[in-house]
Design a protein around this ligand. Structure first.
Ligand SMILES: *[C@@H]1O[C@H](CO)[C@@H](O)[C@H](O)[C@H]1NC(C)=O
Ligand SMILES: *[C@@H]1O[C@H](CO)[C@@H](O)[C@H](O)[C@H]1NC(C)=O
Ligand SMILES: *[C@@H]1O[C@H](CO)[C@@H](O)[C@H](O)[C@H]1NC(C)=O
Ligand SMILES: *[C@@H]1O[C@H](CO)[C@@H](O)[C@H](O)[C@H]1NC(C)=O
Ligand SMILES: *[C@@H]1O[C@H](CO)[C@@H](O)[C@H](O)[C@H]1NC(C)=O
Ligand SMILES: *[C@@H]1O[C@H](CO)[C@@H](O)[C@H](O)[C@H]1NC(C)=O
Ligand SMILES: *[C@@H]1O[C@H](CO)[C@@H](O)[C@H](O)[C@H]1NC(C)=O
Length: 418
């Protein structure tokens, strides 16, 4: 009886205990998985609500690995939480800002546009560390080449880097030129780091010149698609080069104003703008491969920065001053600018000869930011009936994110000038 009882007990109880244990562990694992996936999903859905987890020490930012293969171009804008340590990097008083980019000073009252950060999909942007960037750039040259939006980005980087300098008066323009809009060349020197951060204005990258002799009168200037900009000799030997071009490659800024394309010292009136852009990029590519040291120079071509003129083009009353928030309706976003395909393809062709040539793809993230432009808060003295500016960016603002991505891409290549 006892024996029988014992047997029953044992037959019944051991598996029962085992089952309880098993269930317990299975449930525990499921629960952990659930917590983990909730955290991940919450992160994907809304990273602003995810940030407090950092503060409670449940997850450190570094536990979301800094992946070297991360595609920073994909992601979403999330509102910064007020207590977030990922705050603004600098203020509008930064002395390297053009007056046209100081939107508050020019009367803009809303400040919501300052409170967004880019959350890439599946990884984090490394925190911008100005001292680290400066240290890596010691004895070097960082050069921006392009149009006024390249200048916008250059000013942003100047402000971001100068935050690591205790006495900012030490930083000076090598030719003593002030930061004013129309200078073609500005070189800011960080004496303690023996570093210059330069801007070279060249909207087309290639040569703009007089047409050949005996050209018809309607041809006022030519864009020589097969001749690289003469300023380019100054860019040789730089450590980081950030090119951009695109906003001038349209009918309006070329053939409609008497500026035709020229190839082989012959004007070609049938050559289309995009075809000419493609040819100019080939010219750029040859220059990079022939003149830059592939072991030394980190070369970026920034993608097209979208404009946000609503209810008309820039010159026909287009505006963006009512925009206070990033776009939420993806159907209202423009498709990737056609310029980008040309840039991307040329970079792909180069990548095996010069592996440090990268496409800085900011178009998609920037497309959301219809709220980030100076609109009617332009530089002091702008006539009230002047067109709104829905193509440049208020600073601090969107170009800061471009520079965070630039820094992230440099880090992934172990960038240093040494
Ligand atoms: C740039 O990035 C966006 C977002 O990831 C992507 O949709 C687009 O195709 C990229 N552009 C190019 C030319 O690769
Ligand atoms: C920034 O980089 C410097 C090295 O140049 C390092 O000492 C410092 O701890 C870094 N700061 C942060 C917040 O990571
Ligand atoms: C500053 O950097 C240049 C290279 O850009 C180098 O030739 C020069 O020796 C450096 N000066 C000092 C004091 O390190
Ligand atoms: C800051 O740098 C400027 C220019 O080099 C110098 O005139 C000034 O004395 C410096 N200020 C301090 C507090 O060191
Ligand atoms: C002008 O450019 C077009 C487009 O590239 C080309 O088909 C044509 O042959 C060119 N004409 C001359 C005279 O080179
Ligand atoms: C844009 O135009 C539409 C239709 O004409 C009008 O309803 C709307 O108020 C305009 N938007 C702005 C911001 O002026
Ligand atoms: C950067 O350095 C890390 C660690 O030293 C190495 O694993 C990685 O391959 C390097 N990346 C490049 C692009 O050189």
């Amino acid at each position: 009886m006892d024996h029988h009882h014992q047997q029953l007990y044992s037959l019944w109880s051991y598996p029962y205990v085992f089952k309880i244990k098993k269930h317990f562990f299975v449930s525990l694992s499921l629960l952990s998985l659930l917590i983990f996936s909730t955290v991940v999903i919450v992160n994907l859905i809304d990273s602003s609500s995810f940030e407090p987890l950092y503060r409670f020490g449940l997850l450190s930012p570094s536990s979301l690995a800094l992946r070297t293969d991360c595609d920073y171009s994909k992601g979403r804008w999330v509102r910064r939480t007020s207590s977030s340590s990922l705050g603004l990097l600098y203020g509008e008083e930064c002395r390297f800002l053009d007056s046209g980019f100081r939107c508050h000073k020019n009367g803009r009252e809303d400040s919501g546009y300052l409170h967004w950060r880019w959350q890439p999909h599946g990884c984090d942007l490394p925190r911008f560390n100005a001292s680290d960037f400066l240290e890596r750039s010691r004895n070097g040259r960082i050069v921006f080449v392009g149009d006024s939006i390249g200048r916008n980005q250059w000013e942003s980087l100047m402000c971001m880097l100068s935050q690591a300098i205790t006495n900012q008066s030490e930083i000076y323009e090598v030719n003593g030129n002030p930061i004013t809009k129309h200078k073609g060349f500005l070189s800011m020197r960080f004496p303690l780091q023996n570093l210059t951060v330069e801007y070279h204005r060249t909207p087309f990258l290639v040569v703009i010149g007089r047409p050949p002799a005996n050209s018809p009168a309607e041809i006022k200037t030519t864009v020589r698609v097969d001749e690289f900009n003469w300023q380019s000799k100054r860019w040789v030997g730089s450590d980081v080069l950030v090119f951009n071009s695109g906003h001038w490659w349209n009918e309006e800024k070329t053939v409609s104003t008497g500026s035709y394309f020229e190839e082989g010292r012959k004007v070609n009136k049938t050559m289309g703008v995009m075809e000419a852009f493609g040819k100019s990029l080939k010219t750029w590519k040859s220059w990079v491969l022939e003149r830059l040291d592939p072991d030394k120079s980190y070369v970026f071509f920034r993608s097209y920065s979208p404009v946000h003129y609503r209810n008309g083009t820039w010159n026909l009353g287009g505006l963006c001053d009512a925009e206070m928030e990033p776009e939420t309706d993806k159907r209202k976003m423009e498709p990737d600018a056609s310029h980008n395909r040309y840039i991307y393809e040329v970079i792909e062709e180069m990548s095996y000869q010069h592996s440090k040539v990268k496409f800085l793809n900011i178009t998609y993230l920037t497309e959301f930011r219809k709220d980030g432009h100076p609109s009617r808060y332009r530089e002091p003295g702008t006539p009230v009936d002047a067109p709104q500016d829905c193509s440049h960016w208020c600073l601090p603002g969107v170009p800061d994110t471009w520079n965070e991505i630039l820094y992230a891409q440099l880090l992934s290549m172990n960038y240093t000038t040494k």
